[in-house]
Write a protein that binds this ligand. Structure first.
Ligand code: SAM
Length: 181
């Protein structure tokens, strides 16, 4: 389950609400697209199709709002691959949850994790007294870049994986594998 730290923004968000309703589309133009990644485990990701400025609303993490009790039951019922779509957040002094398990063609649920150099951050927005989990750009994001955010402090399996960079050092060895971390 996600345990990202998010904060509630107490502002009038009518303009933002319009963007939320339209999944970040402006003037009918899509800012994002999903693609299938070749890396097996990562599967799909969401990519910027135009420049997104630091501070911009990016996309909502849509799903069913669950009360703390409902979330507890759902956690027991779901298998591991479904549980990753449950996003815990704090609101009105309780821990609530957005269940984005359903394949509803929304994009927020497909944004992947990056705990080192994410380009977005999840925040809780109150619209018409209801909480909405929304991603905002924390730096300028160029067209073609994958959107990412930090899923929080759990031991996610994929974070333990090692990445390799191939460096050619012709005088010593033809090819050397350099561990990135
Ligand atoms: C909320 S879903 C994100 C969308 C997912 N990529 C998909 O295609 O359905 C979370 C799942 O995506 C994958 N994932 C997310 N971030 C990842 C990363 N940095 N590296 C590898 N897999 C990742 C994991 O399989 C995880 O269970």
């Amino acid at each position: 389950m996600f345990k990202a730290k998010n904060r509630v923004l107490p502002t009038d968000l009518q303009h933002l609400f319009v963007l939320i309703e339209n999944e970040g589309r402006r003037k009918g133009h899509f800012r994002y697209q999903t693609v299938r990644k070749t890396a097996k485990q990562m599967c799909r990701g969401v990519f910027a199709t135009e420049l997104i400025f630091k501070g911009d609303f990016v996309v909502e993490y849509r799903g069913k709002l669950l009360s703390p009790q409902q979330a507890e039951l759902q956690t027991i019922e779901y298998n591991e691959s479904a549980k990753v779509f449950l996003f815990d957040f704090h609101w009105k002094s309780k821990t609530w949850c957005i269940d984005a398990c359903e394949e509803d063609s929304s994009l927020g649920r497909l944004v992947n994790d990056d705990h080192r150099r994410p380009n977005c951050k999840m925040k809780t927005i109150k619209v018409n007294e209801n909480p909405h989990l929304c991603l905002f750009a924390i730096r300028d994001i160029t067209a073609g870049e994958e959107l990412t955010y930090n899923y929080g402090d759990s031991n996610w399996a994929w974070r333990a994986q090692v990445s390799y960079l191939f460096i050619s050092i012709s005088n010593i060895h033809p090819v050397q594998h350099a561990r990135l971390r």
